[in-house]
Design a binder for this molecule. Structure first.
Ligand code: MRU
Length: 331
C-alpha cells in the first residue's frame, strides 16, 4: 500500500529512535534513546504510545541496553525487562514483547539473538496490521461514516494501525467513506494524532470533541465505530483509552455496530475479566491544563468496555465475537 504514513520508530546501528508523539503534529522530531532510563521515560510520558508500539519499542530498548552492557547476562536482561514493564501497566503488549525477547536469550544467549527477536516482533506487527486491514475492510461500506477514539493508527504500531488498518485498506481500494475522530481528552490523541495521520494519508476526516459523539450519532452520520485496545481479557472485556466505554454505550443506544481491532498479542488469556486489569492513573495536571479550577481530579487513562457491548473483535486471524475470543484464538 502506497500511503503517506509516519514512521513511528527506527532501529539504526543498535539504537532506537522514536518519533516524539508528545509534540505531534506541530513538530516532527525523532528522540534518540541512549539509556534504558530514556526508554522508560519515553514510554511513560507517551513519546511512544499505543499498545503494539510500546511493545515493539521496549523490545528494541531492551536489546539496545544489552548491546551497551559490557557483561550481558540473563539476570541483567530480566532486571531491565522488569524495569521497562513498570513504565505503563495496562497494555499487555509491553510485557508480551519483553517476555518474548527475554525468552529468545534463554534459547540462544547472544545480543544478536535479542536483536533478531526484536526485529521479528517489529516485522510481524506490520504483517498483522495488514491482515487486520483485510479482515475488517468490508465492515466499511461505500459512503459510510466511521467513528474512532484515541489513536489506534499507524503511530500506535509499526505501520498501518489496528483500527485504522481497515480504513487504509478501503481507501487504497478507492472506496469513499468519512471518519469522525474523537479528540480524546485529556491528551488529545484523536485530535493531534489520528486526525493528522488520516489527513496525511488522504482520508476524509472530521474532528469532533468527545462530547459531540452522541449528537453526531443521533444525526445519522455514524454507521460504524472502530477502536483499538490495550488488552482483551478472557471473557472478552475490552480495555481501551478512557472514553471508549462512552462510545460503546452510545453505539448500543443508536444501534451502531461497535468493533475493536487488535493483534492476538493484545489478548490476555491469563486475566479472567476487565475488573482484574490494572488501570493506569495519570497525573492530575493532564486534566487540569491551564483552564480548570485547581480542584481534585480523576485521571484514569483507560476504561473497561464489557464484552456484551462489543459487536466483534477484528484480529489478524479474522473476526470473532468478544465472548468467543478464547476459543477463536486457541493456542
Ligand atoms: O495512552 P495511549 O495513547 O497509549 O492509549 C492508546 C490506546 O488506547 C489505543 O487505542 C490502544 O493502545 C490500541 S493502539 C493500536
Amino acid at each position: 500500500m502506497n500511503l503517506n504514513l509516519p514512521e513511528t520508530l527506527k532501529w539504526e546501528d543498535h539504537k532506537l529512535h522514536l518519533l516524539d508523539q508528545r509534540v505531534l503534529p506541530h513538530q516532527q522530531t525523532y528522540l534518540t534513546i541512549e539509556t534504558m532510563q530514556d526508554a522508560w521515560q519515553a514510554i511513560n510520558t507517551l513519546a511512544v504510545r499505543g499498545a503494539p508500539a510500546i511493545g515493539v519499542a521496549a523490545g528494541f530498548a531492551l536489546t539496545q541496553a544489552m548491546f551497551s552492557n559490557p557483561d550481558p547476562s540473563q539476570q541483567e536482561l530480566e532486571r531491565i525487562a522488569e524495569y521497562l514493564k513498570s513504565a505503563r501497566p495496562t497494555a499487555v503488549n509491553l510485557s508480551w514483547a519483553l517476555d518474548r525477547v527475554v525468552k529468545s536469550w534463554a534459547e540462544s544467549p547472544s545480543t544478536e539473538t535479542l536483536e533478531r527477536e526484536a526485529l521479528a516482533i517489529y516485522h510481524e506487527d506490520l504483517a498483522i496490521c495488514q491482515n487486520i486491514g483485510k479482515h475488517g475492510a468490508d465492515l466499511i461500506q461505500p459512503n459510510q461514516g466511521v467513528l474512532t477514539h484515541c489513536n489506534a493508527g499507524s503511530l500506535a504500531v509499526s505501520r498501518l494501525g489496528t483500527a485504522t488498518a481497515p480504513m487504509y485498506e478501503q481507501h487504497n481500494r478507492g472506496i469513499p467513506f468519512r471518519v469522525y475522530a474523537d479528540e480524546t481528552r485529556p491528551l488529545y490523541q484523536g485530535a493531534r494524532l489520528t486526525a493528522w495521520e488520516l489527513d496525511q494519508a488522504g482520508i476524509d476526516v472530521t474532528l469532533i470533541c468527545d462530547n459531540m459523539a452522541a449528537t453526531t450519532m443521533a444525526s445519522g452520520k455514524i454507521d460504524l465505530a472502530l477502536v483499538g485496545t490495550d488488552r482483551v481479557t478472557r471473557n472478552g472485556d475490552v480495555i481501551n483509552k478512557i472514553g471508549t466505554l462512552n462510545v460503546a454505550i452510545l453505539c448500543k443506544h443508536y444501534g451502531i455496530p461497535f468493533y475493536v481491532a487488535c493483534p492476538s498479542s493484545t489478548y490476555d488469556r491469563q486475566t479472567a475479566s476487565g475488573q482484574q486489569v490494572p488501570i493506569e492513573q495519570r497525573d492530575k495536571q493532564e486534566v487540569l491544563g491551564n483552564h480548570a479550577a485547581a480542584v481534585k481530579v480523576l485521571n484514569p487513562a483507560f476504561d473497561i468496555t464489557p464484552a456484551s457491548l462489543v459487536t466483534g473483535i477484528i484480529t489478524e486471524q479474522g473476526i470473532t465475537s468478544a465472548e468467543d475470543i478464547d476459543v477463536f484464538l486457541a493456542p
